[in-house]
Design a protein around this ligand. Structure first.
Ligand code: GDP
Length: 393
């Protein structure tokens, strides 16, 4: 049952095997949400690893579960930092290879390299010899690595102060060229270097790093990365929306499968539970739950209330309960009409089986798509507001 297709689920339903259909869908949905992704972050003390680990997970340095930051020897052991909303995604803060007693090959064994999907090697200066040796060893072990040149905001600010004719593009091009040349001189072929500021993730090369990771990850891991990624661009919001959308037909089929069980209350209870579960996922994925909005307010210098003010959907910045879902469904004209049971007969039953199933499928399908649209629109408005505050403050 590793890769369940909608055809197999349909077949189980047509054979009147609701239990099998439900188990298949549940397994598919759980698997989608639980794909492990382990990201190793390494580099010398002070390079900015812990700060990167925190901002990548969308939490500020003071939050519970944050990696401790500051110019202290904070990372002497391998420390896992699970994503607060997606515990299947873990960022691992590794000690810099230079701070351990190990040469690169033994270092990799020591940190348990097999479990990592890829490595990010961070440096706030040119990459050091140790980092390069480590990269070569990672390559030998057939794993991927990416170089992040951190704290680019500091370089840009000091260059801005030093030069009257300052060009951000030119300065960044020079820094990148220097890093790449340095790496090539030490024998790394076509190194991938990304200039990042953990305080301005939406700027510089972080979006490019995100795209590169997404492109180079195996397909089944891409959604895990995407969903765990903070909403730094409209493109990411759209990609998340597409990933959520792709699941809706399974959720709707699950609700149809339950509707085929001849206990009407069961169907309604399961539909309500399903809707709550998936709307919660959308709200969290789009950063529209209250803790995420608060974190965003801190990192973007916006006021929480200003971010909240641009939200239109009653499902965002709210506690998602069956009652709330029902209230919003009733407010939406199209789903309200659908909920009138007689309307069910208008829909061609999907699998040639009871109309209740067709109704359940269509209601869940339309409701989730409608809610997803609303929340994705809110996510865009919140991002635009946050970016605006970040540039004007
Ligand atoms: P670690 O030892 O590699 O984990 O480094 P930390 O994440 O603790 O960072 C060391 C110091 O650099 C801290 O004071 C951070 O606030 C600062 N820092 C980290 N990343 C950035 C960045 O992108 N820009 C700026 N300006 N400071 C940063």
């Amino acid at each position: 049952m590793d890769c369940v297709s909608i055809e197999e689920i349909k077949a189980a339903l047509q054979n009147n095997n609701q239990d099998l259909a439900i188990a298949m869908i549940q397994k598919y949905l759980d698997k989608k949400n639980n794909t492990p992704l382990n990201i190793a972050i390494t580099g010398e003390t002070g390079a900015g690893k812990s700060t990167f680990v925190n901002t990548f997970r969308g939490i500020d340095d003071m939050a519970e579960g944050a990696a401790p930051t500051g110019f202290v020897e904070t990372t002497s052991v391998v420390t896992p930092y699970p994503h607060p909303n997606y515990p299947n995604v873990t960022l691992w803060d590794l000690p810099g290879v230079g701070t351990t007693r190990f040469p690169a090959d033994q270092y990799l064994k020591h940190v348990g390299f097999e479990k990592f999907d890829f490595f990010i090697i961070i440096s706030d200066t040119r990459l050091r010899e140790n980092d390069v040796k480590l990269a070569q060893e990672i390559h030998r072990m057939k794993k991927k690595f990416y170089f992040v040149r951190s704290k680019i905001d500091i370089d840009l600010n000091s260059e801005r102060r030093r030069r009257r004719e300052f060009s951000e593009t030119r300065t960044k091009a020079l820094i990148k060229e220097n890093c790449i040349k340095g790496l090539q001189q030490q024998g790394v072929q076509s190194p991938q270097v990304f200039l990042v500021s953990s305080f301005e993730l939406h700027q510089h090369d972080f979006p490019l790093l995100q795209e590169t990771l997404e492109r180079e990850l195996p397909e089944h891991k891409r959604d895990a990365l995407l969903l765990a990624m903070c909403n730094i661009s409209l493109e990411i919001i759209n990609k998340k929306k597409k990933a959520f959308q792709a699941q809706i037909k399974y959720v709707a089929t699950l609700s149809a499968a339950v509707a085929a069980v001849p206990v009407p209350e069961l169907s309604i209870a399961v539909d309500a539970a399903l809707l709550v579960r998936y709307v919660k996922q959308y709200a969290v994925g789009f950063g529209l739950d209250i803790p995420s909005l608060k974190s965003l307010a801190v990192s973007s210098d916006a006021q929480f209330n200003d971010l909240k003010a641009v939200i239109r959907s009653p499902l965002a910045a709210a506690k998602i309960t069956p009652n709330l879902i029902l209230k919003v469904m009733v407010q939406c004209a199209s789903t309200a009409a659908l909920m009138a049971a007689e309307e069910g007969s208008r829909f061609i039953p999907l699998f040639g089986i009871p109309a209740a199933m067709g109704l359940s499928y269509t209601t869940t399908y339309r409701t989730l798509n409608g809610f997803l649209d609303m929340l994705a629109d809110d996510a865009q408005r919140v991002l635009e507001k946050a970016l605006h505050c970040n540039t004007t403050e």
